[in-house]
Ligand binder design. Structure first.
Ligand SMILES: *Cc1c(COP(=O)(O)O)cnc(C)c1O
Length: 481
Protein backbone atom coordinates (compact mmCIF):
# COMPACT_ATOMS: atom_id res chain seq x y z
CA UNK A 1 0.00 0.00 0.00
CA UNK A 2 2.84 2.30 0.96
CA UNK A 3 4.62 1.60 -2.31
CA UNK A 4 1.66 2.50 -4.46
CA UNK A 5 1.21 5.72 -2.57
CA UNK A 6 4.82 6.78 -2.96
CA UNK A 7 4.81 5.95 -6.64
CA UNK A 8 1.69 7.97 -7.30
CA UNK A 9 3.02 11.03 -5.47
CA UNK A 10 6.30 10.84 -7.38
CA UNK A 11 4.40 10.48 -10.65
CA UNK A 12 2.26 13.47 -9.89
CA UNK A 13 5.24 15.73 -9.23
CA UNK A 14 6.78 15.04 -12.62
CA UNK A 15 3.66 15.86 -14.63
CA UNK A 16 3.18 19.20 -16.38
CA UNK A 17 -0.47 19.91 -16.99
CA UNK A 18 -1.35 20.96 -20.55
CA UNK A 19 -2.54 24.58 -20.78
CA UNK A 20 -5.73 25.23 -22.69
CA UNK A 21 -5.40 27.35 -25.82
CA UNK A 22 -6.70 30.82 -25.06
CA UNK A 23 -7.64 32.76 -28.18
CA UNK A 24 -6.06 36.24 -28.33
CA UNK A 25 -9.38 37.95 -28.95
CA UNK A 26 -12.61 36.19 -28.25
CA UNK A 27 -14.95 36.54 -31.19
CA UNK A 28 -18.33 37.63 -29.87
CA UNK A 29 -20.98 39.06 -32.12
CA UNK A 30 -21.10 42.86 -31.71
CA UNK A 31 -24.79 42.79 -30.87
CA UNK A 32 -23.97 41.01 -27.62
CA UNK A 33 -21.16 43.27 -26.47
CA UNK A 34 -21.78 46.13 -24.09
CA UNK A 35 -21.36 49.72 -25.30
CA UNK A 36 -21.31 51.48 -21.90
CA UNK A 37 -19.52 50.67 -18.67
CA UNK A 38 -21.51 48.38 -16.34
CA UNK A 39 -23.27 50.28 -13.54
CA UNK A 40 -21.36 48.56 -10.79
CA UNK A 41 -21.37 50.24 -7.37
CA UNK A 42 -18.05 51.71 -6.25
CA UNK A 43 -17.72 50.61 -2.65
CA UNK A 44 -14.79 50.15 -0.35
CA UNK A 45 -13.74 46.76 0.91
CA UNK A 46 -14.63 47.85 4.43
CA UNK A 47 -18.18 48.72 3.41
CA UNK A 48 -18.57 45.36 1.69
CA UNK A 49 -17.25 43.55 4.77
CA UNK A 50 -19.64 45.49 7.02
CA UNK A 51 -22.58 44.83 4.71
CA UNK A 52 -22.08 41.07 4.69
CA UNK A 53 -21.07 40.82 8.35
CA UNK A 54 -24.19 42.69 9.41
CA UNK A 55 -26.35 40.56 7.14
CA UNK A 56 -24.84 37.40 8.61
CA UNK A 57 -25.62 38.64 12.12
CA UNK A 58 -29.30 38.79 11.22
CA UNK A 59 -29.37 35.05 10.56
CA UNK A 60 -31.42 32.85 12.79
CA UNK A 61 -29.60 29.58 13.35
CA UNK A 62 -29.37 26.81 15.92
CA UNK A 63 -26.04 28.34 16.99
CA UNK A 64 -27.73 31.65 17.83
CA UNK A 65 -31.35 30.95 18.81
CA UNK A 66 -33.80 28.31 19.99
CA UNK A 67 -35.23 26.74 16.83
CA UNK A 68 -38.20 24.41 17.56
CA UNK A 69 -39.12 23.85 13.90
CA UNK A 70 -41.25 20.70 14.02
CA UNK A 71 -40.38 17.86 11.64
CA UNK A 72 -37.18 19.67 10.60
CA UNK A 73 -35.21 18.72 13.74
CA UNK A 74 -32.98 21.70 14.28
CA UNK A 75 -30.81 20.09 16.93
CA UNK A 76 -27.34 21.33 17.77
CA UNK A 77 -24.63 20.10 15.40
CA UNK A 78 -21.50 19.50 17.47
CA UNK A 79 -18.39 21.25 16.15
CA UNK A 80 -16.48 18.04 16.75
CA UNK A 81 -18.08 16.40 13.72
CA UNK A 82 -17.24 19.44 11.56
CA UNK A 83 -13.60 19.08 12.57
CA UNK A 84 -13.56 15.43 11.55
CA UNK A 85 -15.15 16.18 8.19
CA UNK A 86 -12.49 18.84 7.66
CA UNK A 87 -9.51 16.47 8.04
CA UNK A 88 -7.32 16.94 4.96
CA UNK A 89 -7.02 13.15 4.68
CA UNK A 90 -10.71 13.22 3.73
CA UNK A 91 -11.13 16.58 2.04
CA UNK A 92 -8.19 16.11 -0.33
CA UNK A 93 -9.40 12.82 -1.74
CA UNK A 94 -10.68 12.74 -5.27
CA UNK A 95 -13.83 10.65 -5.59
CA UNK A 96 -12.63 9.06 -8.83
CA UNK A 97 -9.65 7.50 -7.06
CA UNK A 98 -11.83 4.78 -5.64
CA UNK A 99 -12.84 3.72 -9.16
CA UNK A 100 -9.28 3.28 -10.42
CA UNK A 101 -8.70 -0.36 -9.59
CA UNK A 102 -5.49 -0.56 -7.56
CA UNK A 103 -5.79 3.09 -6.55
CA UNK A 104 -8.70 2.08 -4.28
CA UNK A 105 -5.87 1.24 -1.90
CA UNK A 106 -5.28 4.99 -1.52
CA UNK A 107 -8.77 5.61 -0.20
CA UNK A 108 -9.19 2.66 2.13
CA UNK A 109 -10.00 4.95 5.05
CA UNK A 110 -12.87 6.62 3.19
CA UNK A 111 -14.25 3.30 1.95
CA UNK A 112 -14.02 1.91 5.47
CA UNK A 113 -16.07 4.85 6.79
CA UNK A 114 -18.71 4.23 4.11
CA UNK A 115 -18.77 0.54 4.95
CA UNK A 116 -19.19 1.18 8.66
CA UNK A 117 -21.78 3.94 8.36
CA UNK A 118 -23.87 1.47 6.33
CA UNK A 119 -23.40 -1.20 8.99
CA UNK A 120 -24.29 1.20 11.80
CA UNK A 121 -27.41 2.53 10.10
CA UNK A 122 -28.52 -1.01 9.20
CA UNK A 123 -28.12 -1.99 12.84
CA UNK A 124 -30.01 1.09 14.10
CA UNK A 125 -32.93 0.54 11.71
CA UNK A 126 -32.98 -3.27 11.72
CA UNK A 127 -32.60 -3.42 7.96
CA UNK A 128 -30.50 -5.89 6.00
CA UNK A 129 -28.52 -3.53 3.79
CA UNK A 130 -28.20 0.20 3.17
CA UNK A 131 -27.24 2.56 0.40
CA UNK A 132 -25.70 5.90 1.27
CA UNK A 133 -26.22 7.41 -2.19
CA UNK A 134 -29.40 9.52 -1.82
CA UNK A 135 -28.65 13.20 -1.28
CA UNK A 136 -31.73 14.23 0.72
CA UNK A 137 -34.81 12.81 2.42
CA UNK A 138 -37.02 13.21 -0.63
CA UNK A 139 -34.29 11.66 -2.79
CA UNK A 140 -34.16 8.71 -0.38
CA UNK A 141 -37.93 8.34 -0.72
CA UNK A 142 -37.67 8.26 -4.50
CA UNK A 143 -34.91 5.67 -4.30
CA UNK A 144 -37.01 3.57 -1.92
CA UNK A 145 -40.10 3.68 -4.12
CA UNK A 146 -37.97 2.89 -7.20
CA UNK A 147 -36.67 -0.19 -5.35
CA UNK A 148 -40.25 -1.22 -4.59
CA UNK A 149 -41.21 -0.69 -8.25
CA UNK A 150 -38.20 -2.81 -9.37
CA UNK A 151 -39.31 -5.59 -7.00
CA UNK A 152 -42.86 -5.65 -8.37
CA UNK A 153 -41.63 -5.50 -11.98
CA UNK A 154 -39.28 -8.37 -11.33
CA UNK A 155 -42.05 -10.49 -9.83
CA UNK A 156 -44.50 -9.58 -12.56
CA UNK A 157 -46.86 -7.94 -10.02
CA UNK A 158 -49.37 -5.51 -11.49
CA UNK A 159 -49.44 -2.59 -9.08
CA UNK A 160 -50.88 0.89 -9.43
CA UNK A 161 -51.35 2.48 -6.03
CA UNK A 162 -49.42 3.72 -3.02
CA UNK A 163 -51.30 4.22 0.25
CA UNK A 164 -50.37 7.37 2.19
CA UNK A 165 -52.09 8.68 5.36
CA UNK A 166 -53.45 12.22 5.18
CA UNK A 167 -51.06 13.35 7.95
CA UNK A 168 -47.99 12.51 5.85
CA UNK A 169 -45.19 14.83 4.87
CA UNK A 170 -45.93 16.28 1.42
CA UNK A 171 -42.90 14.58 -0.07
CA UNK A 172 -44.51 11.12 0.43
CA UNK A 173 -47.39 11.45 -2.06
CA UNK A 174 -45.16 13.58 -4.33
CA UNK A 175 -42.54 10.81 -4.42
CA UNK A 176 -45.05 8.07 -5.16
CA UNK A 177 -46.55 10.20 -7.95
CA UNK A 178 -43.15 10.92 -9.50
CA UNK A 179 -42.42 7.20 -9.45
CA UNK A 180 -45.58 6.69 -11.51
CA UNK A 181 -48.06 5.52 -8.87
CA UNK A 182 -51.52 6.82 -8.05
CA UNK A 183 -52.10 7.91 -4.47
CA UNK A 184 -54.71 6.54 -2.11
CA UNK A 185 -55.04 8.85 0.90
CA UNK A 186 -56.25 7.36 4.19
CA UNK A 187 -57.78 9.67 6.82
CA UNK A 188 -56.51 10.01 10.38
CA UNK A 189 -58.64 8.39 13.06
CA UNK A 190 -59.61 9.75 16.48
CA UNK A 191 -56.39 8.46 18.06
CA UNK A 192 -54.23 10.53 15.69
CA UNK A 193 -53.13 7.49 13.66
CA UNK A 194 -54.19 6.16 10.28
CA UNK A 195 -57.83 5.02 10.50
CA UNK A 196 -57.67 1.22 10.38
CA UNK A 197 -61.16 0.56 9.00
CA UNK A 198 -60.57 2.93 6.15
CA UNK A 199 -57.12 1.44 5.56
CA UNK A 200 -58.50 -2.07 5.35
CA UNK A 201 -61.19 -0.92 2.93
CA UNK A 202 -58.63 0.68 0.63
CA UNK A 203 -56.04 -2.09 0.68
CA UNK A 204 -56.08 -4.44 -2.29
CA UNK A 205 -53.90 -6.42 -4.65
CA UNK A 206 -53.06 -3.40 -6.82
CA UNK A 207 -51.41 -1.61 -3.87
CA UNK A 208 -47.63 -1.46 -4.37
CA UNK A 209 -46.67 0.10 -1.04
CA UNK A 210 -47.87 1.71 2.17
CA UNK A 211 -45.84 4.77 3.16
CA UNK A 212 -45.88 5.57 6.86
CA UNK A 213 -44.13 8.07 9.08
CA UNK A 214 -43.83 6.80 12.61
CA UNK A 215 -44.04 8.64 14.91
CA UNK A 216 -46.24 10.50 12.46
CA UNK A 217 -46.22 14.24 11.81
CA UNK A 218 -48.56 14.72 14.79
CA UNK A 219 -45.77 13.34 16.97
CA UNK A 220 -47.78 10.18 17.69
CA UNK A 221 -46.47 6.62 17.63
CA UNK A 222 -48.72 4.33 15.62
CA UNK A 223 -49.40 1.30 17.82
CA UNK A 224 -51.14 -0.48 14.91
CA UNK A 225 -47.92 -0.69 12.90
CA UNK A 226 -47.56 -4.46 13.08
CA UNK A 227 -51.11 -5.04 11.94
CA UNK A 228 -50.75 -2.48 9.15
CA UNK A 229 -47.64 -4.32 7.91
CA UNK A 230 -49.15 -7.75 8.21
CA UNK A 231 -52.21 -6.76 6.19
CA UNK A 232 -50.08 -5.05 3.52
CA UNK A 233 -47.83 -8.08 3.14
CA UNK A 234 -50.86 -10.33 2.49
CA UNK A 235 -51.24 -8.45 -0.80
CA UNK A 236 -47.48 -8.32 -1.42
CA UNK A 237 -47.62 -4.56 -0.84
CA UNK A 238 -44.33 -3.39 0.67
CA UNK A 239 -44.02 -1.23 3.78
CA UNK A 240 -42.16 2.08 3.43
CA UNK A 241 -40.93 3.85 6.57
CA UNK A 242 -40.31 7.58 6.37
CA UNK A 243 -37.52 7.78 8.94
CA UNK A 244 -36.59 11.42 8.36
CA UNK A 245 -37.02 11.93 12.08
CA UNK A 246 -35.85 8.91 13.98
CA UNK A 247 -35.30 11.03 17.06
CA UNK A 248 -37.80 9.21 19.24
CA UNK A 249 -36.83 5.76 18.02
CA UNK A 250 -33.06 5.39 18.40
CA UNK A 251 -32.39 2.19 20.33
CA UNK A 252 -36.10 1.87 21.18
CA UNK A 253 -37.78 0.47 18.10
CA UNK A 254 -36.37 -0.64 14.77
CA UNK A 255 -38.49 -0.32 11.62
CA UNK A 256 -37.07 -3.63 10.35
CA UNK A 257 -38.38 -5.46 13.43
CA UNK A 258 -41.97 -4.32 12.97
CA UNK A 259 -42.34 -5.28 9.33
CA UNK A 260 -40.95 -2.44 7.21
CA UNK A 261 -39.23 -3.28 3.93
CA UNK A 262 -37.70 0.11 3.15
CA UNK A 263 -36.62 2.99 5.37
CA UNK A 264 -34.99 6.28 4.54
CA UNK A 265 -33.20 8.37 7.12
CA UNK A 266 -32.38 12.05 7.10
CA UNK A 267 -28.87 12.22 8.50
CA UNK A 268 -29.37 16.00 8.49
CA UNK A 269 -32.19 15.63 11.00
CA UNK A 270 -31.59 12.65 13.23
CA UNK A 271 -27.83 12.36 12.98
CA UNK A 272 -27.00 15.96 13.54
CA UNK A 273 -25.50 17.14 10.29
CA UNK A 274 -26.28 20.77 9.45
CA UNK A 275 -29.10 21.55 7.07
CA UNK A 276 -31.32 24.34 5.85
CA UNK A 277 -28.89 27.11 5.02
CA UNK A 278 -26.17 25.14 6.80
CA UNK A 279 -25.34 22.46 4.33
CA UNK A 280 -26.44 19.64 2.05
CA UNK A 281 -28.23 16.58 3.36
CA UNK A 282 -28.08 12.84 3.06
CA UNK A 283 -30.96 10.36 2.87
CA UNK A 284 -29.54 6.84 3.13
CA UNK A 285 -32.00 4.02 2.41
CA UNK A 286 -32.15 0.66 4.15
CA UNK A 287 -33.95 -2.41 2.82
CA UNK A 288 -35.13 -5.80 3.98
CA UNK A 289 -33.91 -9.00 2.30
CA UNK A 290 -36.65 -8.73 -0.37
CA UNK A 291 -35.05 -5.65 -1.91
CA UNK A 292 -31.31 -6.16 -1.49
CA UNK A 293 -30.81 -7.19 -5.13
CA UNK A 294 -32.20 -3.91 -6.45
CA UNK A 295 -30.05 -1.51 -4.40
CA UNK A 296 -28.12 1.14 -6.34
CA UNK A 297 -24.50 0.65 -7.40
CA UNK A 298 -21.69 1.11 -6.59
CA UNK A 299 -21.69 -0.70 -3.29
CA UNK A 300 -18.84 -0.73 -0.81
CA UNK A 301 -17.71 -4.28 -0.10
CA UNK A 302 -15.16 -5.77 2.24
CA UNK A 303 -12.85 -8.24 0.56
CA UNK A 304 -11.75 -11.46 2.24
CA UNK A 305 -8.34 -9.93 2.98
CA UNK A 306 -9.97 -7.06 4.92
CA UNK A 307 -9.54 -4.39 2.24
CA UNK A 308 -12.47 -2.39 0.83
CA UNK A 309 -13.59 -1.80 -2.73
CA UNK A 310 -16.53 -0.46 -4.70
CA UNK A 311 -18.50 -3.14 -6.48
CA UNK A 312 -20.79 -2.75 -9.48
CA UNK A 313 -21.87 -6.41 -9.37
CA UNK A 314 -25.62 -6.18 -8.97
CA UNK A 315 -27.36 -7.27 -12.16
CA UNK A 316 -30.83 -6.30 -10.88
CA UNK A 317 -29.74 -2.92 -9.48
CA UNK A 318 -31.80 0.18 -10.22
CA UNK A 319 -28.44 1.71 -11.21
CA UNK A 320 -26.92 4.95 -10.03
CA UNK A 321 -29.12 7.49 -8.34
CA UNK A 322 -26.37 9.98 -7.44
CA UNK A 323 -22.77 10.63 -8.43
CA UNK A 324 -20.41 8.27 -6.58
CA UNK A 325 -21.85 7.25 -3.17
CA UNK A 326 -23.61 10.35 -1.86
CA UNK A 327 -22.58 13.40 0.12
CA UNK A 328 -19.45 11.95 1.63
CA UNK A 329 -18.73 14.78 4.08
CA UNK A 330 -22.27 14.53 5.46
CA UNK A 331 -21.90 10.78 5.89
CA UNK A 332 -18.63 11.41 7.65
CA UNK A 333 -20.22 13.86 10.11
CA UNK A 334 -23.03 11.42 10.87
CA UNK A 335 -20.49 8.64 11.39
CA UNK A 336 -18.53 10.85 13.80
CA UNK A 337 -21.77 11.77 15.62
CA UNK A 338 -22.79 8.13 16.06
CA UNK A 339 -19.31 7.17 17.27
CA UNK A 340 -19.25 10.18 19.62
CA UNK A 341 -22.56 9.27 21.26
CA UNK A 342 -22.27 5.50 21.08
CA UNK A 343 -25.15 3.14 21.75
CA UNK A 344 -26.07 4.54 25.15
CA UNK A 345 -25.70 8.12 23.96
CA UNK A 346 -28.09 7.60 21.06
CA UNK A 347 -30.67 6.06 23.38
CA UNK A 348 -30.29 8.98 25.80
CA UNK A 349 -30.67 11.44 22.89
CA UNK A 350 -34.01 9.84 21.97
CA UNK A 351 -35.22 9.77 25.56
CA UNK A 352 -34.37 13.43 26.07
CA UNK A 353 -35.97 14.46 22.78
CA UNK A 354 -39.21 12.78 23.92
CA UNK A 355 -38.94 14.16 27.45
CA UNK A 356 -38.31 17.72 26.25
CA UNK A 357 -41.29 17.61 23.89
CA UNK A 358 -43.61 16.21 26.56
CA UNK A 359 -42.37 18.78 29.07
CA UNK A 360 -43.26 21.68 26.77
CA UNK A 361 -46.57 20.06 25.81
CA UNK A 362 -47.58 19.58 29.46
CA UNK A 363 -46.84 23.25 30.17
CA UNK A 364 -48.82 24.53 27.17
CA UNK A 365 -51.88 22.33 26.84
CA UNK A 366 -54.05 24.39 29.19
CA UNK A 367 -53.72 27.49 26.98
CA UNK A 368 -53.57 25.97 23.48
CA UNK A 369 -55.90 23.45 21.89
CA UNK A 370 -54.44 19.95 21.73
CA UNK A 371 -56.05 18.10 18.79
CA UNK A 372 -55.04 14.63 20.00
CA UNK A 373 -54.71 14.12 23.74
CA UNK A 374 -51.84 11.61 23.82
CA UNK A 375 -48.28 11.36 25.04
CA UNK A 376 -46.15 12.76 22.26
CA UNK A 377 -42.88 11.49 20.86
CA UNK A 378 -40.10 13.91 19.80
CA UNK A 379 -42.56 16.60 18.69
CA UNK A 380 -46.12 17.72 19.24
CA UNK A 381 -48.82 19.66 17.45
CA UNK A 382 -51.00 22.23 19.18
CA UNK A 383 -53.52 24.53 17.59
CA UNK A 384 -54.16 28.25 17.87
CA UNK A 385 -57.87 27.62 17.23
CA UNK A 386 -58.84 28.92 20.70
CA UNK A 387 -57.06 32.19 19.91
CA UNK A 388 -59.06 32.54 16.68
CA UNK A 389 -61.99 34.08 18.54
CA UNK A 390 -59.71 37.04 19.31
CA UNK A 391 -58.74 37.24 15.64
CA UNK A 392 -55.36 35.65 16.30
CA UNK A 393 -53.99 32.96 14.02
CA UNK A 394 -51.02 30.58 14.24
CA UNK A 395 -49.00 32.88 12.00
CA UNK A 396 -49.41 35.79 14.50
CA UNK A 397 -48.02 33.69 17.31
CA UNK A 398 -45.16 32.52 15.11
CA UNK A 399 -44.24 36.11 14.19
CA UNK A 400 -44.42 37.19 17.84
CA UNK A 401 -41.85 34.52 18.77
CA UNK A 402 -39.40 36.21 16.40
CA UNK A 403 -39.69 39.40 18.49
CA UNK A 404 -38.70 37.27 21.48
CA UNK A 405 -35.63 35.84 19.69
CA UNK A 406 -37.15 32.41 19.18
CA UNK A 407 -37.48 30.79 15.76
CA UNK A 408 -41.14 30.00 15.04
CA UNK A 409 -42.31 26.41 15.11
CA UNK A 410 -43.59 24.85 11.88
CA UNK A 411 -47.03 26.33 11.17
CA UNK A 412 -50.07 25.10 9.22
CA UNK A 413 -48.62 21.59 9.02
CA UNK A 414 -49.79 18.87 9.25
CA UNK A 415 -52.63 20.05 7.03
CA UNK A 416 -55.28 18.12 8.96
CA UNK A 417 -54.93 20.36 12.05
CA UNK A 418 -56.50 23.81 11.89
CA UNK A 419 -54.07 26.62 12.89
CA UNK A 420 -51.36 24.06 13.57
CA UNK A 421 -48.19 24.88 15.50
CA UNK A 422 -45.76 21.97 15.34
CA UNK A 423 -43.08 22.09 18.00
CA UNK A 424 -39.90 20.01 18.13
CA UNK A 425 -37.63 21.21 20.92
CA UNK A 426 -34.96 18.48 20.31
CA UNK A 427 -32.79 16.86 22.96
CA UNK A 428 -30.00 19.41 22.87
CA UNK A 429 -31.82 22.23 24.71
CA UNK A 430 -31.54 22.99 28.42
CA UNK A 431 -34.50 23.22 30.81
CA UNK A 432 -33.89 26.99 31.05
CA UNK A 433 -34.34 27.36 27.28
CA UNK A 434 -37.48 25.24 27.30
CA UNK A 435 -38.90 27.23 30.23
CA UNK A 436 -38.30 30.47 28.39
CA UNK A 437 -40.05 29.11 25.30
CA UNK A 438 -43.05 28.03 27.39
CA UNK A 439 -43.13 31.45 29.04
CA UNK A 440 -43.15 33.24 25.66
CA UNK A 441 -45.85 30.92 24.27
CA UNK A 442 -47.99 31.59 27.36
CA UNK A 443 -47.36 35.31 27.01
CA UNK A 444 -48.62 35.08 23.40
CA UNK A 445 -51.79 33.26 24.54
CA UNK A 446 -52.42 35.98 27.13
CA UNK A 447 -51.77 38.79 24.65
CA UNK A 448 -54.30 37.17 22.28
CA UNK A 449 -56.93 37.94 24.93
CA UNK A 450 -55.60 41.23 26.32
CA UNK A 451 -53.82 43.02 23.50
CA UNK A 452 -54.09 41.13 20.18
CA UNK A 453 -52.71 44.09 18.18
CA UNK A 454 -49.22 43.35 19.52
CA UNK A 455 -49.40 39.88 17.96
CA UNK A 456 -50.92 41.13 14.73
CA UNK A 457 -48.14 43.68 14.25
CA UNK A 458 -45.29 41.35 15.11
CA UNK A 459 -42.45 41.18 14.36
CA UNK A 460 -41.46 44.76 15.13
CA UNK A 461 -37.75 44.36 15.84
CA UNK A 462 -36.80 42.94 12.45
CA UNK A 463 -35.61 44.93 9.40
CA UNK A 464 -38.88 43.98 7.67
CA UNK A 465 -42.16 42.95 9.24
CA UNK A 466 -44.79 40.84 7.45
CA UNK A 467 -43.94 39.80 3.96
CA UNK A 468 -46.19 38.58 1.22
CA UNK A 469 -44.28 35.32 1.27
CA UNK A 470 -45.52 33.95 -2.03
CA UNK A 471 -44.66 37.22 -3.80
CA UNK A 472 -41.34 37.55 -1.98
CA UNK A 473 -40.33 34.12 -3.29
CA UNK A 474 -41.24 35.07 -6.86
CA UNK A 475 -39.90 38.63 -6.88
CA UNK A 476 -36.94 38.44 -4.55
CA UNK A 477 -35.60 41.89 -3.71
CA UNK A 478 -32.95 42.14 -1.01
CA UNK A 479 -31.76 45.62 -1.87
CA UNK A 480 -33.70 47.47 0.85
CA UNK A 481 -32.70 45.27 3.75
C1 LIG B 1 -37.87 16.59 6.21
C2 LIG B 1 -38.76 15.48 5.92
C3 LIG B 1 -38.75 14.85 4.66
C4 LIG B 1 -37.96 15.36 3.47
O1 LIG B 1 -36.58 15.46 3.68
P1 LIG B 1 -35.68 16.44 2.78
O2 LIG B 1 -34.28 16.17 3.17
O3 LIG B 1 -36.12 17.83 3.11
O4 LIG B 1 -35.94 16.11 1.35
C5 LIG B 1 -39.58 13.75 4.48
N1 LIG B 1 -40.37 13.30 5.46
C6 LIG B 1 -40.41 13.88 6.69
C7 LIG B 1 -41.31 13.33 7.74
C8 LIG B 1 -39.63 14.99 6.95
O5 LIG B 1 -39.68 15.58 8.15
Amino acid sequence: MKLIFEKSVAGRRGVTLPRPDVPKRAIIDGKYTRKDAAPLPEVSELDVVRHFTNLSRRNFSVDTNFYPLGSCTMKYNPKFTEAIAGFPGFTELHPLTSHLGQAAMLVQGALEVLYYIEQLLAEITGMKEMTTEPLAGAHGELTGIMLIAAYHRDKGNKKRFVIVPDSSHGTNPATAAIAGYEIISVPTGKNGCMDMESYKAKLGKEVAAVMLTCPNTLGIFNTDIKEVAELAHRYDALMYYDGANLNAMLGKCRPGDVGFDVVHLNLHKTFSTPHGGGGPGAGPVGVSGKLVDYLPVPKVVRNDNGTYALSEKKPKSIGRIAPFYGNFAVLLKAYAYIMLLGREGLITASERAVLNANYCLAKLKDVYELPFERTCMHEFVISASRQLKHGIRAIDIAKFLIDRDIHPPTVYFPLIVKEALMVEPTETETKETLDRFVEVMREAAKLAEDDPEILKNAPTNMPVSRLDEARAARELNCSHI
